[in-house]
Design a protein around this ligand. Structure first.
Ligand code: CO
Length: 211
C-alpha cells in the first residue's frame, strides 16, 4: 500500500482496529497477553519480504530480526541479544535464516567497489564468497551465480548460529532446530536449503565449542 501521507497511516490504523474488533472483540486483549512464538525468523530488511505473509503467520507467531542480507556476525550485539532472548526467555523451537533471490545486499557485495559505510557489513558476505569462490566462479550466468551466493550465504549464517553459546546449548539438548530457506519473489515460493544442523553442529562445535 503506497501511503500519500503519514495521516493516512493513522486513518488506516483506525480502520484496522475496527476490522479486528468486528472479527473478535477480544482480539487486542488476547494479543497483549504473553507472546509464545515457536519461531525466530532472521531475514533481510528488504521491504518485499514479509515473514508473516510468507509463513501465513499471525501476530504473535514469529519473533523477528532483520538486517541487510540476513547476516549473523557473531560479534553483532544486536543479533546476539535477539537470539539469546528468543532461546532463553521465549523458548523458540526453530530458528529460520531466510535469504531471498534478487537481494540487493548480495548484489552489492558481489560488486568490486567502495560501498562506503556498508563495506564492513558486506565484508561478511564477501567472506562467504571467498569460502566458496571455486564453486561460484565456475557458474557462468551472473544471475545464477548471484542465486547460489544467496543460498550459500544463508547456509553460512546458519553455521554462524551454531557458533553462538545459547544455540550450542539448545542444540545439544535437542530443544532447537535450525532451518535455512531462500525466498523467490518471482514465484512466492520458499526454497528449503536443508541445512543439516546436527551434522554441521558436530563438526563446528569441535572447533567453536564455547560451552
Ligand atoms: Co535482501
Amino acid at each position: 500500500m503506497a501511503y500519500k501521507s503519514i495521516r493516512e497511516i493513522f486513518e488506516h490504523n483506525e480502520r484496522w482496529i475496527e476490522a479486528r474488533l468486528e472479527e473478535d472483540p477480544a482480539y487486542f486483549t488476547k494479543l497483549s497477553r504473553r507472546q509464545v512464538p515457536q519461531y525466530l525468523f532472521i531475514g533481510c530488511s528488504d521491504s518485499r519480504i514479509s515473514s508473516e505473509a510468507i509463513m501465513c503467520a499471525e501476530p504473535g507467531d514469529v519473533f523477528i530480526h532483520r538486517n541487510i542480507a540476513n547476516v549473523i556476525p557473531v560479534t553483532d550485539l544486536n543479533v546476539l541479544a535477539v537470539v539469546n532472548y528468543a532461546i532463553e526467555h521465549i523458548g523458540v523451537k526453530h530458528i529460520v535464516v531466510c535469504g531471498h533471490y534478487g537481494c540487493g545486499g548480495i548484489k552489492t557485495a558481489m560488486t568490486s567497489s567502495d560501498a562506503g559505510v556498508l563495506n564492513p557489513w558486506l565484508g561478511h558476505i564477501r567472506d562467504v564468497y571467498r569460502l566458496h569462490k571455486g564453486e561460484l566462479n565456475a557458474i557462468e550466468s551472473p544471475e545464477a551465480r548471484h542465486d547460489r551466493l544467496v543460498e550459500l550465504n544463508v547456509l553460512e549464517q546458519c553455521i554462524n548460529l551454531v557458533k553462538i553459546r545459547d544455540v550450542q546449548k539448545a542444540l545439544l539438548k535437542k530443544k532447537l532446530r535450525i532451518h535455512g530457506w531462500a525466498f523467490d519473489m518471482k514465484t512466492g515460493r520458499l526454497n528449503d536449503l536443508h541445512f543439516q544442523a546436527n551434522r554441521i553442529a558436530r563438526e563446528v562445535i569441535d572447533i567453536y565449542n564455547v560451552l
